[in-house]
Ligand binder design. Structure first.
Ligand SMILES: Nc1ncnc2c1ncn2[C@@H]1O[C@H](COP(=O)(O)OP(=O)(O)OP(=O)(O)O)[C@@H](O)[C@H]1O
Length: 324
């Protein structure tokens, strides 16, 4: 018989670059948060075992893992790196009673159901409408997209979609140049090809040729680091933020997200000091007859360090409640 009240529980948020782990010792209380590089481990099981060993091999029965890939059935293949595994095989291998897998942006969405206001930095718009849908979008290794729909009695339904792979729609000459380079390279140009770490590097590469004497290529971290001193890096960050504004505005319209748009992922929080001055907000609202509708919607940078773990914890709690 499963002891659904058993702690500690294992929580994980597995992205394309980083695997974040924690032990939940009581409801919503974590200890031993550790971030491992996915590339350092041959498979998910090895990374989990390394984390548990660092944590002193505690007896864990229940685990929830948010992963940056669709979850449909038992076989999980990560989109942006080589890990692939059977959920059931991994559960047995790790000696767990419960191993719950969910999409990482479903987890991010669950985390903003009841956000702590101290973890949010508002970027324009008015007040969030309570009980209206919320939109969640985050650029990191990939582009995660989700939404949170009110389901009655203060509960929320988190969407598990793959909106990051919807087509990129360029809006001006600079974005058309970016689209052209991406189309030559990849064929279909998804939003993620532009709105991700690799996407920021691609934006830079597409535009740097217009600036004499600047490096033809830089990675995402170098571009943000040099954005105050290198004009091509500044331009790339501005184009990136504008394109994110378009994608976030599209999502807000699609979901009717009058409860706000939440910006997660590794990149935007790193731009927090000057993100409000970027083209993001103007492009978010640049929707013709629906500009006033969007002008009322608040956008927030999510500053919480590990929202994916918060969402994984909420999903596991809900899952176990349904079983005991
Ligand atoms: N200082 C920086 N400025 C901008 N981008 C950065 C910076 N440092 C790292 N990145 C980029 O952020 C991305 C990693 O983002 P994040 O921390 O959200 O990782 P992740 O959770 O593994 O990704 P995902 O969940 O999207 O698969 C990488 O593409 C990296 O190039």
């Amino acid at each position: 018989m499963t002891d659904c009240a058993h702690f500690p529980r294992l929580l994980a948020d597995i992205g394309g670059t980083n695997a974040r782990f924690a032990l939940e010792t009581a409801a919503q209380q974590w200890t031993r948060v550790e971030v491992l590089a996915c590339a350092d481990y041959a498979c998910l099981g090895d990374a989990v075992r390394a984390f548990l060993q660092h944590a002193g091999n505690p007896a864990v029965r229940h685990a929830a893992m948010a992963v940056a890939t669709p979850v449909a059935g038992d076989w999980v293949q990560m989109t942006n790196h080589h890990w692939a595994f059977s959920i059931e095989h991994t559960r047995r291998d790790l000696g767990l009673d419960t191993l719950l897998l969910l999409n990482d942006f479903t987890a991010q969405a669950l985390a903003v159901a009841q956000p702590d206001k101290r973890d949010l930095l508002q970027i324009g718009g008015g007040e969030a409408v309570p009980d209206a849908p919320k939109a969640v979008i985050g650029a990191g290794t990939g582009l995660g997209v989700s939404g949170l729909l009110p389901a009655g009695n203060g509960t929320w339904l988190a969407l598990a979609g793959e909106g990051g792979h919807a087509s990129f729609a360029p809006q001006d000459d600079a974005e058309r140049q970016v689209w052209q380079l991406a189309a030559q390279r990849f064929g279909h140009v998804s939003a993620e090809r532009v709105l991700s770490g690799a996407g920021l590097a691609l934006v830079y590469e597409a535009l740097a040729g217009q600036y004499a004497g600047e490096p033809p290529q830089l990675d995402a971290a170098e571009i943000t680091r040099r954005r105050h001193t290198v004009p091509a890096a500044r331009r790339a960050v501005d184009v990136f933020c504008g394109a994110l504004g378009t994608a976030a505005g599209n999502l807000a319209l699609t979901l009717g997200a009058r409860g706000g748009v939440y910006l997660c992922g590794g990149i935007v929080p790193r731009l927090r000091d000057d993100f409000a001055q970027s083209p993001f907000r103007a492009r978010f609202e640049h929707k013709g007859r629906f500009s006033a509708y969007l002008a009322a919607i608040p956008a927030y940078i999510v500053l919480a360090q590990h929202p994916g773990l918060t969402g994984a914890s909420a999903a596991l709690r809900q899952h176990l409640r349904g079983r005991c």
